[in-house]
Design a protein around this ligand. Structure first.
Ligand code: PMP
Length: 366
C-alpha cells in the first residue's frame, strides 16, 4: 500500500540487541507522569469512569482546554475535540480534509507520520526542503503550492530538528495560507518545551502559534510529551467548527472516544506545573549543543528535546549512525525523517551522564 515500516522501529530492533546502549534515540520524556495525575487516574477507574465517554471527550476537559487556549491566543480558539493522542488528531484532520489527489505541504525534515497518513488518505505528501538552516522559507513553500493544495502542516517546536518558528516566520506562513485559502494544521505537541524566555501575546503563552493570526488554523496538542503520558493516548484538536465537527464524526467510526478514565486524570494534570522539567531540558539542550557544536555543523534547537546535527564530511548519515551504534551510541539517521541522508537526530531526554558520554563518543568519531 505504499507505506513502509517506520525507520525508527528498525533502529529500535537494532537497539534490542545492544548491551546497555547509550540510547539517544527515544522521542519521549525521561520523567514519569506527575503523581497527582496518576492518583486521579486510579480514582477515576475506582469511581466508575470506565465506560464510553461522549465522542468528542468529556465536557470539563474540553471546556478547560478551550478556555486556556483562547486566553493564550487572544481569541476564541473554536471547537475542541479530545483525540487518541496527537496521532489520532492528525489522522482525523487528514481524513476530514484530504480527498484522493489533494496535496498537503510540510517541511523536510518532517515527523514521519505526516507522509504516511497522507498516503493512506489517497493524498499527496509534498515535502519542502528546509536545509541547511532547517527553517521555514516562504518562497520555497509558495513554489510548491498548486490548485490541489489543501493543507499546510506546520510543526513548531519541531521533531526532528527542535526548531521553533519565529513570529515573523509564522506570519509569512499565515500570509501564504490566507492567499491560497489553505487550512494550517499546527502540530504543537512540543509546545511546553520552549527555551526562549520571551512571552508572546497577553495570554502569557510563549509559542507564536499561527492560530494567533489566522482563524483557519487547527491546533493539535497533547499530553504525551508535556506530561510524559505517551502510553495514555491523549491529545486534543482545536479550531474551526466545520473541521472539528467533521473530525468528531470520523472519530465516532474509528476511535469511538479517547480513554475514559484518563481524560479525568488529564484534567488534573493541567494543574501540575511542568516548569522544572522544561528547565531541566533547557540545561540538557545547552550541554548537548555546547559539546556537539565543537565538532559538528549544527543549528541551535529552541524547543522540543531533539537536536539534528550534520554528519561529518564524507560520510552519509546512515554510515555515521552505523559507526555510532558499533560504539554503543544509539541515534537515528536523518533519512528516517527526510529525503536526505545527511543529518542525524539525537533525543537529549536522558540523564546528563549518558548525554555527556554519548557526546564524547560521537565527537571522537569525527
Ligand atoms: N507529532 C509529532 C511532531 C510527534 O513527534 C509525535 C510523537 N512522536 C506525535 C505528533 C504523536 O504523538 P502522540 O503520542 O500524542 O500520538
Amino acid at each position: 500500500m505504499g507505506v513502509d515500516a517506520s525507520g525508527i522501529r528498525k533502529v529500535f530492533d537494532l537497539a534490542a540487541k545492544m548491551k546497555d546502549p547509550i540510547n539517544l534515540s527515544i522521542g519521549l520524556p525521561d520523567f514519569d507522569v506527575p503523581e497527582p495525575a496518576k492518583q486521579a487516574a486510579i480514582e477515576a477507574i475506582q469511581s466508575g469512569h470506565n465506560r464510553y465517554t461522549q465522542t468528542q471527550g468529556i465536557a470539563p476537559l474540553r471546556e478547560r482546554l478551550r478556555a486556556d487556549m483562547s486566553r493564550e491566543i487572544g481569541r476564541d480558539v473554536g471547537e475542541v475535540l479530545i483525540t487518541s493522542g496527537v496521532s489520532g488528531g492528525l489522522f482525523l484532520a487528514i481524513l476530514a480534509t484530504i480527498d484522493p489527489g489533494d496535496e498537503a505541504i510540510f517541511l523536510d525534515p518532517y515527523f514521519v507520520m505526516y507522509k504516511h497518513l497522507l498516503t493512506m488518505a489517497g493524498g499527496k505528501p509534498i515535502a519542502v526542503d528546509s536545509y541547511p538552516d532547517l527553517r521555514f522559507h516562504p518562497e520555497r513553500v509558495e513554489k510548491a503550492i498548486t490548485s490541489r493544495t489543501k493543507l499546510l502542516i506546520l510543526n513548531s517546536p519541531a521533531n526532528p530538528t527542535g526548531i521553533v518558528m519565529s513570529e515573523a516566520e509564522v506570519k509569512s506562513a499565515v500570509e501564504l495560507a490566507r492567499r491560497h485559502d489553505l487550512l494550517i494544521v499546527s502540530d504543537e505537541i512540543y509546545e511546553p518545551f520552549l527555551y526562549d524566555e520571551t512571552p508572546v501575546g497577553e495570554g502569557g503563552g510563549r509559542l507564536p502559534s499561527p492560530a494567533r493570526f489566522y482563524e483557519k488554523t487547527l491546533i493539535l496538542r497533547g499530553f504525551s510529551k508535556s506530561h510524559a503520558m505517551t502510553g495514555w493516548r491523549l491529545g486534543y484538536a482545536a479550531g474551526p467548527e466545520a473541521i472539528v465537527s467533521q473530525m468528531t464524526k470520523l472519530q465516532q467510526y474509528t476511535f469511538v472516544c479517547p480513554p475514559a478514565p484518563l481524560q479525568y486524570a488529564a484534567l488534573k494534570a493541567l494543574d501540575v506545573s511542568m516548569s522544572d522539567a522544561v528547565a531541566a531540558y533547557r540545561r540538557k539542550r545547552d550541554l548537548v549543543f555546547d559539546r556537539l557544536s565543537k565538532e559538528f555543523d549544527v543549528v541551535l534547537p529552541e524547543g522540543a528535546f531533539y537536536i539534528f546535527p550534520k554528519s561529518p564530511d564524507g560520510s552519509t548519515a546512515s554510515d555515521f549512525v552505523a559507526r555510532a551504534i558499533e560504539n554503543n551510541v544509539l541515534i537515528i539517521p536523518g533519512n528516517v525523517f527526510s529525503e536526505r541522508d545527511t543529518h542525524f537526530r539525537i533525543s537529549y531526554a536522558t540523564t546528563d551522564e549518558k548525554l555527556a558520554r554519548g557526546c564524547e563518543i560521537l565527537c571522537s568519531l569525527v
